[in-house]
Design a protein around this ligand. Structure first.
Ligand SMILES: *[C@@H]1O[C@H](CO)[C@@H](O)[C@H](O)[C@H]1NC(C)=O
Ligand SMILES: *[C@@H]1O[C@H](CO)[C@@H](O)[C@H](O)[C@H]1NC(C)=O
Length: 391
């Protein structure tokens, strides 16, 4: 699935080594780490285009959000976003009023809200209201999931399979589409992405935050501390060899200073973008926002390197799997600490790309509308949701 990076990357690596620029301590890095940023772009541009780069026909499409995620059901609602102003997607009618169910071309169900509380599905749909007098016909209409013709039910989830309870109860072709961070979703909405900097005004203004302002070495922000998680185990090993400043709540780490998370992290050279669980495409704001946007070099623990390289130039991050041990990683971080030129190479991507951070929940909602606009009529349903998502 990934881009055919190997050849270009290998060629550059050999040339580099021929120039004898690498210290012997960095032999471990020869495994692909020292690819130049240029090679990264060559690889990266071979990625399939993101789905929303295709022009959308401007037909009005109604998308009903069955529950507003993480908000009281019905209570405390914000007005829906204007998709044209926010994301340049015209022709969307976003609905929260359940009485408009019959008009919606798509209905969004947020998994977290599906899985908690009593079942709360749309009522069985009959195009003729209560006119179905035949008993058998009534029984057929009462089937869970009967819906207006052409309407799509969209399962929406941004948690990883490890934190998505109740998946297995959602069987039987209930949903037509998936919307998630998984690239093979019907509506792919990652937590963030890089986009080409076409205009000089696109952020970031500089190449990288000034090194002089980076007083700290390694930062980590963690909100849910769990000794069983791979990220906590790795932190314990790493912190024996290199100092790690931990911020967070819940008794572990110090509170994030009032200046805010981004300003705090920006003063460090490296950020531990460690995911809470390791799954295909599960790459969250820890990478996009806390590290890449803040301007600290991400040290990632999540899916494998090839998976990250589908979304980020290979020279923009350090993967824990690049090293045989946490102590070898620590050695490499300290090497970069002493060698500003080598360290700065991790920011080359900023010349060509800027970071987009996904806006929840406005953006998934508008992307669902856009997907309906471009989808055509082809019916589809998801036979075994858990099988697909947990694989
Ligand atoms: C907005 O979308 C239209 C049509 O899809 C496109 O032609 C235009 O360039 C877009 N504008 C921006 C600022 O991206
Ligand atoms: C949506 O799924 C239902 C149930 O599986 C199916 O009957 C219907 O044809 C699907 N509709 C579309 C537009 O895919």
């Amino acid at each position: 699935m990934g881009p055919p990076c190997g050849r270009e990357a290998g060629g550059r690596r050999r040339r580099r080594r021929g120039r004898g620029q690498l210290e012997s301590a960095l032999a471990l890095a020869a495994a692909g780490l020292m690819c130049t940023a240029l090679a990264a772009y060559v690889c990266w541009e071979q990625l399939p285009p993101l789905p929303w780069t295709s022009p959308a026909p401007q037909q009005p499409v109604s998308v009903l959000l069955w529950w507003e995620p993480f908000r009281g059901r019905g209570a405390d609602e914000r007005p829906p976003p204007d998709c044209r102003l926010r994301f340049n997607i015209s022709g969307c009618r976003l609905l929260t009023d359940r009485s408009a169910y019959g008009e919606a071309q798509a209905v969004l169900f947020h998994h977290r809200d599906l899985a908690k509380g009593p079942p709360d599905w749309p009522p069985p749909w009959s195009a003729r209201g209560d006119a179905a007098e035949d008993v058998l016909e009534q029984a057929a209409l009462a089937t869970l999931g009967s819906r207006p013709p052409g309407q799509r039910w969209v399962w929406m989830n941004f948690e990883s399979p490890s934190h998505s309870p109740g998946l297995r109860s959602l069987t039987g072709n209930l949903f037509n589409w998936t919307l998630s961070y998984r690239a093979d979703s019907d509506v792919f909405v990652p937590y963030g992405y890089l986009y080409p900097r076409n205009h000089p005004s696109d952020q970031p203004p500089g190449l990288a935050p000034p090194l002089a302002r980076k007083r700290g070495l390694v930062a980590w922000v963690v909100s849910h501390w769990d000794e069983h998680q791979a990220r906590v185990r790795y932190y314990h090993q790493l912190s024996q060899h290199v100092p790690v400043d931990v911020f967070g709540q819940g008794g572990h780490g110090r509170p994030v200073p009032d200046s805010g998370l981004l300003h705090t992290v920006a003063r460090y050279k490296f950020y531990l973008a460690f995911e809470n669980s390791q799954h295909l495409d599960y790459i969250t704001e820890k990478l996009w926002r806390n590290a890449l946007l803040a301007g600290a070099v991400p040290v990632v623990l999540g899916p494998d390197r090839a998976n990250y390289e589908r979304f980020v130039p290979r020279g923009a991050f350090i993967h824990v799997d690049d090293f045989p041990s946490a102590s070898a990683l620590a050695t490499y971080l300290l090497f970069l600490h002493r060698n500003p030129a080598a360290y700065r190479r991790y920011f080359h991507w900023r010349r060509s790309y800027a970071v987009h951070i996904t806006s929840f929940w406005d953006e998934p909602w508008c992307r669902a509308c856009q997907a309906v606009q471009t989808a055509g009529e082809q019916p589809k349903s998801i036979g075994n949701l858990a099988h697909w998502f947990e694989r």
